[in-house]
Design a protein around this ligand. Structure first.
Ligand code: MN
Length: 200
């Protein structure tokens, strides 16, 4: 009897937590984040090319609730990603969103890795017009494998999807994760950890 009650409580708590992890259905047509905003709250220009002159050769231009206040409570957002030739959007994950992407221009290799214990790597080369989905929480990337520029539009199932770039989170944490933890975790020497931490 008590065992069953405890089990039911645990199940109920688990469902509560699951429910809390997702945005609830809106209670109104819209709920503009900043009603005093002088900008246009329901529209945003994504026509401009992102500046890809950086180490990775890619640039993400977000359209989240911060940029487009009219998105508040709606559970959806969008990004434009530009890639220089051979540019990379490095391995990262969105803690709160599934991402669906379509190629507007160029040729991209995309991929993601399934969760433990399989860690299966799923990858594909996409051409203009192809669509690919990155399931919520999974580590994924895109790389321009063509000699021209590439551009994609991606939609995300949260107004605030979040992003965790693996390299930055692991080797660029502030303050740093102690080197002994990283050396043991990655089975490398301190010098390798130092080198990676210096880069991030
Ligand atoms: Mn992504």
């Amino acid at each position: 009897m008590w065992n069953k009650l405890i089990l039911l409580s645990v199940v109920a708590l688990t469902f509560n937590y699951l429910a809390l992890a997702y945005e609830p259905s809106p209670l109104q047509d819209f709920c503009v984040a900043d009603p005093n905003s002088s900008g246009i709250v329901y529209s945003f220009g994504l026509h401009l090319r992102g500046n890809t002159s950086n180490q990775l050769g890619s640039k993400v231009t977000p359209v989240f609730a911060t940029q487009l206040p009219g998105l508040n409570t709606l559970g959806i957002s969008m990004v434009r990603i530009d890639y220089a030739p051979w540019g990379l959007n490095p391995p990262h994950t969105h803690p709160r969103a599934t991402e669906i992407l379509t190629v507007l221009e160029g040729t991209l290799q995309v991929g993601f890795v399934t969760s433990n214990p399989d860690n299966r790597f799923i990858t594909k080369v996409l051409q203009k017009g192809d669509v690919f989905v990155f399931p919520v929480g999974l580590v994924h990337f895109q790389r321009n494998v063509g000699n021209g520029n590439a551009v994609v539009i991606a939609a995300l199932s949260s107004q605030n999807p979040g992003a965790i770039t693996i390299g930055n989170a692991v080797f660029g944490a502030n303050p740093s994760i102690p080197w002994g933890i990283l050396a043991r975790a990655f089975q490398v020497d301190k010098s390798v950890v130092d080198q990676l931490q210096a880069k991030f």
